[in-house]
Ligand binder design. Structure first.
Ligand SMILES: Cc1cc2nc3c(=O)[nH]c(=O)nc-3n(C[C@H](O)[C@H](O)[C@H](O)COP(=O)(O)OP(=O)(O)OC[C@H]3O[C@@H](n4cnc5c(N)ncnc54)[C@H](O)[C@@H]3O)c2cc1C
Length: 483
């Protein structure tokens, strides 16, 4: 049988790739293809949407193409949209099937329906980007879970990882009339993106190295160090999970093998984080509307404040709260933010500054290399208090206390806010509390070399609590009257 394998950008690997394995099992011609989505690759400013993700994607794509060539095949690159490119390719190649891995994101699922409707042959979705099939984990009442802990127990109940799928050793050569159709993998220059040398390297090989490095260097201390912003205590595999340079099954299996016996609490904690990822994907699969509105209906119409001055200070890392500023600058600099710093920064934007979580969500999605609709939306709604199993609205992170606890010597702040590098640890998270002489010795002039705090934490906290209790109270009253 002649089959097309449609790589879709969240599956850029040859190991444990269910669609590729399925096509290979047919023992016929396998036609690997990637379609360049017009949203990202065409138009006047195509790359303005996600420069860091595009850098990682292009590196991963080039490596995948080299790997498939080393197997004797190739990766055909076609200009999109997929709804035109794939039917044309399938007809021209006289393919009998198109195989692809199933998607969770609403736009990708809509696209799949359209493509399936236009293809002259069946589109067969094989496997998924999660551990369990999205839509298959149901609570006692038959609906999707709303709370993480019972969801994670349900995922694990009776769960056994089926064997990982090996990469093919060789693939049949593609006929010239098909390789002739292929465009080149675009370059960053063609897309008008300046290369950021501080990003993680894309591709399956770098991903596998990162996985081994984490398991051998930091994995056993994961439960103790994962919250420390100053330490390299987490796996840094989020972009690999997003682009599928590693399958979540590969990571799960390797971490279980390396940690479950020798460091059980590290393994349990790491598994719990993979299950938070799982929860966010299943939740978005079941509730695609979450990209448009809050999970908690009583947050609809919340009186968020639009304040461009505070917004810019938050985006550029000039709020006067060093840990919040370090998070903002790490994002723009490296396309990554430590999870604890994401929580502090998001809490600050949505609670202390009372700005709509969607604004922060879009900014993160733009700059994060691991920017993922489901995890990002869940992260933002969790921090704002509007989300599924979210932090309650009245829990408001204090950025100074968080900094002192999870960056005790201020190393994280010093790395990203170098103008504070010489401030003693005692004051690094609140330089405005330092005596004038201490600041002078550290070369800091508040308001000149580093900003004074733009807001007072206590009054910001009181303002948010009042706004939220009034708004949620009104919603509750309306519900009671309606009942
Ligand atoms: C406001 C906000 C926005 C976020 N946006 C994204 C995003 O766009 N993409 C993204 O991958 N993660 C996002 N996260 C979750 C988390 O911050 C990152 O997954 C994590 O920091 C990645 O680093 P790591 O790979 O070293 O994580 P590790 O601690 O090593 O965790 C391993 C993997 O588990 C998953 N994971 C870990 N923590 C979480 C979590 N809280 N929620 C869901 N999955 C998790 C990730 O896939 C991660 O790679 C967001 C969190 C917040 C609070």
């Amino acid at each position: 049988m002649r089959s097309v394998v449609w790589f879709r950008g969240k599956d850029l690997r040859v190991h444990d790739h269910p669609a590729l394995a399925r096509a290979v099992s047919e023992h016929g011609l396998v036609i690997p293809v990637f379609v360049l989505a017009p949203d990202y690759f065409e138009g006047s400013k195509p790359a303005s949407r996600a420069p860091h993700r595009l850098q990682f994607l292009l590196e991963s794509l080039s490596e995948l193409q080299r790997t498939l060539r080393s197997f004797g095949s190739d990766l055909i690159i076609l200009p999109g949209p997929a709804s035109r490119a794939l039917p044309e390719l399938a007809a021209r190649a006289r393919a009998e099937r198109v195989f692809a891995i199933g998607a969770c994101e609403p736009a990708a699922r809509r696209r799949d329906k359209i493509v399936a409707g236009k293809l002259p042959v069946p589109l067969e979705l094989c496997g998924f980007e999660t551990l369990r099939r999205p839509g298959s984990i149901r609570s006692g009442t038959g609906g999707p879970f709303q709370v993480y802990s019972p969801f994670s127990r349900a995922v694990l109940a009776g769960f056994e990882l089926s064997p990982l799928m090996a990469a093919p050793r060789s693939l049949p050569a593609l006929p010239v009339e098909l390789t002739e159709l292929s465009a080149e993998v675009p370059t960053l220059e063609q897309l008008g993106i300046a290369r950021n040398p501080k990003l993680q390297r894309g591709g399956e090989r770098a991903a596998r190295e990162r996985l081994q490095q984490f398991l051998h260097r930091h994995g056993k201390q994961y439960d103790e160090e994962r919250n420390r912003m100053d330490l390299p205590g987490t796996s840094r595999l989020s972009a690999d999970l997003h682009f599928g340079t590693l399958s979540v099954r590969t990571i799960f299996a390797a971490a279980e093998r390396a940690l479950a016996e020798s460091a059980p609490s590290a393994w349990e904690r790491y598994r719990a984080e993979l299950l938070w990822r799982e929860f966010s994907h299943h939740t978005l699969f079941d509730r695609p509307e979450l990209l448009e509105r809050p999970f908690r209906k009583d947050f609809e119409g919340f009186p968020w404040i639009d304040d461009d001055q505070n917004w810019l200070a938050w985006v550029e890392g000039r709020t006067g709260y060093p840990i919040v500023d370090a998070a903002a600058r790490q994002l723009l600099d490296e396309g990554f933010v430590h999870n604890r710093a994401r929580m502090i920064a998001a809490s600050f934007l949505t609670k202390q500054l009372a700005m709509h979580y969607a604004r922060g969500e879009a900014h993160y999605l733009h700059w994060l290399t691991d920017g993922d609709q489901s995890q990002n939306n869940m992260g933002w709604q969790w921090c704002a208090g509007s989300g599924c199993d979210a932090q309650p609205y009245f829990r408001i992170f204090n950025p100074i206390a968080q900094g002192e606890r999870f960056d005790p010597e201020g190393e994280y702040v010093r790395r990203y806010v170098p103008e504070l590098a010489r401030v003693p640890s005692k004051y690094i998270h609140a330089p405005f509390r330092a005596p004038a002489k201490v600041l002078a010795d550290a070369g800091v002039k508040l308001g000149e070399t580093y900003p004074e705090p733009g807001i007072d934490l206590d009054s910001a906290r009181q303002r948010f609590l009042l706004m939220a209790s009034e708004h949620l109270g009104k919603k509750r009253d309306a519900r009671t009257k309606g009942a």
